[in-house]
Design a protein around this ligand. Sequence first.
Ligand code: NAD
Ligand code: UDP
Length: 311
Amino acid sequence: MRTLITGGAGFIGSHLCDRFLAEGHEVIAVDNFITGTPENITHLLGNPKFKLIGHDISNPLKVKEKIDNILHFASPASPVDYLEHPIPTLKVGALGTHVTLGLAKAHGARYLLASTSEVYGDPLEHPQTESYWGNVNPVGVRGVYDEAKRFAEAITMAYHRVHNVSTHIVRIFNTYGERMRLKDGRVLPNFMYQALVGEPITVYGDGKQTRSFQYVSDLVEGVFKLLFTDDPNPVNIGNPAEITILEFAEEVKKLAGAESQIVFRPLPQDDPKVRQPDITRARKLLGWEPKVGRAEGLKRTMDYFRTKVQR
Ligand code: NAD
Ligand code: UDP
């Protein structure tokens, strides 16, 4: 089998490349490095089953080799990144999804879209089930990401209904692990960097907002299982262990053995107040369950960031 992964040089995309290669697939990664780095895949460059195409997937792409599976993971994902690149974010969610669906249709390939818990916006239902339609501000600063992903879900379902493409939609909740960029601006790299270098840990707002953090290997397992089902409807993949951001700051500080102060900074616009996946559907459909708890996942990720800080 040959699997094409957009965003393959990103944090999650590079772990997917590793997994599909380990399953014996040939892998084609497509990336324009807007937020990813070649460093994430240098270990794969000598592998004859791996190929990298430098390309902006918001523009059409022709691939000569027969493709069996397409995973569309290209998109800035950190709020800091998508606020810095609002138009490329809208384009890759809209045009990039159209291009990759067209490719899937042409090749008769299975298709999987990386969607997000952000489709639920600042949710009024808690925890979030897939049947909840969300509370998104379309004209707020985060709208460029949230609405692009909502459009992406809509066009994916349309390609399923109209063209009978075998599509899949994963709604990913906050995922972390090795190969996140140290300074991508998301809460975990920020806190880990700050704790490791002894800078103040910046909690936005009063820190009472919650998130539920999932370790990357659990996500990869869920994605792999979902791709080979015949169910086109969205599936939440996340770890339901919910924590406030202030508690999270304390947890990271303790793990690093840091002296850092915890300081409070203004809450960004439209920052969701709560977020926790209801994973009943993933459990039933995939027999999937997160396996790596925060204690273990944070330790592994901290070890990785230590090597980055020391350089
Ligand atoms: P990332 O920024 O590390 O990876 C994204 C990759 O996509 C990068 O390598 C980037 O260069 C590439 N890319 C972006 N636009 C592109 C374009 N137009 N053409 C080609 N390549 C392009 O982010 P990530 O955390 O690995 O996220 C990957 C995917 O998972 C994204 O689609 C994101 O929306 C989704 N997701 C991630 C999380 C999370 O917590 N990490 C949560 C929900 C959804
Ligand atoms: N956050 C924080 N300090 C930081 C970075 C983020 O308190 O240095 C908060 C942010 O306001 C949000 C949560 O942590 O409430 C998660 O933010 P992140 O950027 O990781 O992604 P989000 O879950 O909002 O998409």
